[in-house]
Design a protein around this ligand. Structure first.
Ligand code: PLP
Length: 438
């Protein structure tokens, strides 16, 4: 099949150098399991689970059938003041794997919407308690929380925010947790717990009673997998508790088994107040996100409203869409039936061994990893980020899809990947990095 620039022109592609891409497109036309095929018929392996969504592998018939039946039986129900049974079932399934005190789930259509929703829930919660003065949010350098105005405001990545100056005010950033002395640490680094004191400094500078919530990705994913130093998340929790600040874990990448546990909250033994999720909620087969909150947050907001009144003035036309709920339920069943979170835990040792063995390659300046999520930094070229993009393309042409952000590759294959497929992926990555020419 041939594609010319003309036929590709009208779609303005996201986070893509459009002009360059359209001159030499990389189009995926088929996907199954851990494999992809491009429009020239070449086979590739999916080293980033799409965009960290496809935990159970591509082309799962159970999910496709569930979506098909949902659309045939009840394709759409207005989600305000009306409902359909599957949203309640999916919420129950999600609540069953979140920490014990987190049992209420609000559905969205993406990670970015989950972040906006979490921001609003935090505001509504404090207002309901008579603490509406808490309007400040704390985020972190190198954070990625999606691209809506809320997520852009929380962003710690310069390219994602420098063009958009008119975002939410009142967001302050803690330092990121990358430290030179932690280079090539597998699992949680020893150094850096003290970086959590940045939150205390925000409290000391702005006043703890002005801060609504602290948002962190437990592992900062999109920036290249920054695993939290030992004790870091625990210390954030303590500072939040001491000052009435809500702790929000953005679990959009970490959630649903990626770390060998249902969520990062369990993997790291720290319970947040609010969790945002998306991606592997539906195995990427339908757009969907969710925000799960502690019971008393739900109760506080709901009980503050007059009897019979809407309690939270927020929601989307496609909140809890029947097709997305069907995909979510089928996905959660696969995770249970195939014990995929345990599988990820068992496989991760092998995977991390293989990825960390890449550190002898000259081009590689750091590797980080936890569970089935790793980041590989390569030496930047003259302009940071350009080499990463070139490597991503070279990897694709050599037979593997790995997402790069700047000069960091995020290597996170589906949780169903076999050891042989890991070996094959590592082989392609090694060969590409060893022989890479700018
Ligand atoms: C931690 C985190 N939060 C939010 C998002 C935004 O999700 P979406 O692209 O579905 O809006 C992402 C996407 O990669 C993410 O990694």
């Amino acid at each position: 099949m041939q594609y010319s620039a003309n036929t590709l022109e009208h779609h303005w592609m996201p986070f893509t150098p459009n002009r360059e891409f359209k001159d030499a497109p990389r189009l995926v036309v088929k996907s199954k399991g851990v494999e992809l095929w491009d429009h020239h018929g070449n086979r590739l392996l999916d080293g980033s689970s799409g965009l960290f969504c496809v935990a159970a592998g591509h082309g799962r018939e159970e999910i496709a059938k569930a979506v098909h039946s949902a659309l045939m039986e009840n394709d759409y129900t207005a989600p305000f003041n009306l409902g359909h049974p599957t949203s309640f079932e999916l919420a129950r399934m999600v609540a069953a794997i979140t920490p014990e005190e987190i049992n209420h789930v609000f559905f969205t259509n993406s990670g970015s919407e989950s972040i906006d929703t979490a921001l609003k829930i935090a505001m509504a919660y404090h207002r309901s308690r008579g603490e509406g003065q808490r309007t400040r949010f704390v985020s972190r350098e190198r954070a990625y929380h999606g691209v809506n105005i809320g997520g852009t405001s929380l962003s710690g990545m310069v390219k994602n925010r420098e063009t958009f100056s008119g975002v939410m005010p009142n967001v302050v950033c803690m330092r990121h947790t990358w430290l030179e002395e932690n280079r090539f640490t597998r699992g949680q680094p020893e150094h850096g717990a003290e970086l959590a004191e940045d939150l205390q400094r925000m409290v000391d500078t702005y006043g703890g009673t002005t801060i609504a919530a602290c948002f962190v990705e437990p592992i900062a994913g999109s920036t290249g997998t920054l695993v939290p130093p030992k004790g870091y998340l625990q210390r954030l929790r303590e500072i939040c508790d001491a000052n009435g600040i809500l702790l929000v874990f953005d679990e959009v990448i970490c959630g649903f088994g990626r770390l060998g546990a249902p969520f990062a909250a369990q993997a790291f033994g720290v319970t947040p107040d609010i969790m945002t999720m998306a991606k592997a909620l539906t195995n990427g087969a339908q757009p969907m996100g969710a925000v799960a909150v502690r019971d008393d947050i739900y109760d506080t907001i709901v009980n503050a409203a007059p009897e019979g009144a809407i309690e939270l003035f927020h929601g989307y036309t496609y909140s809890a869409h029947p097709a997305a709920c069907a995909a979510g339920i089928a996905t959660q069943k696969i995770y249970q039936d195939e014990k995929l979170f345990d599988r990820a835990d068992e496989l991760s040792d092998y995977f991390l061994d293989k990825v960390f063995a890449l550190q002898d390659i000259d081009l590689v300046t750091d590797i980080r990893g936890y569970g089935m999520l790793t980041g590989i930094d390569v030496k930047p070229g003259v302009v940071p980020g350009i080499r990463g993009t070139k490597i991503q393309k070279a990897l694709f042409h050599n037979g593997i899809h790995i997402k790069f952000t700047g000069d960091a590759g995020i290597f996170a294959p589906p949780l169903v990947t076999t050891r042989e497929q890991i070996d094959e992926m590592i082989g392609v990555v090694r060969e590409t990095l060893e022989t890479f020419k700018d």
